[in-house]
Design a protein around this ligand. Structure first.
Ligand SMILES: [Zn+2]
Length: 105
């Protein structure tokens, strides 16, 4: 069993728990790195995701999605943004037309 598995998988955890886990894991380092560096890391990770989507395996895509979401959570933590609150406007369908699915032109 890997160390990560021993500590318990957080697959299926809700977004708030995930954000809190990222804060507990990286919060101190994030604060030391600062927001501009974190934004740069996100940009790099999005680039890696784009590459994985174009020519990566499913495993590589999974990996890069995880990295992007984790870095976004790190940035949100530094800005004291609650991601659950941030995505709330999508929770009831399209924020513009309120449709599910969206019927915007
Ligand atoms: Zn819409």
């Amino acid at each position: 069993m890997t160390e990560g598995a021993a500590r318990g998988r957080i697959i299926g955890v809700n977004l708030s728990d995930f954000q809190a886990r990222i804060a507990a894991t990286y919060g101190e380092r994030d604060a030391a790195r600062g927001i501009p560096s974190t934004v740069a890391w996100i940009a790099e990770e999005v680039g890696e995701l784009a590459q994985a989507v174009r020519k990566g395996t499913r495993e590589q895509q999974l990996h890069e999605f995880g990295d992007v979401v984790a870095w976004v959570a790190s940035l949100a933590n530094q800005l004291d943004i609650d991601l659950t609150e941030a995505i709330d406007r999508y929770a009831r369908g399209c924020p513009r037309c309120a449709g599910i699915p969206c019927v915007c032109p």
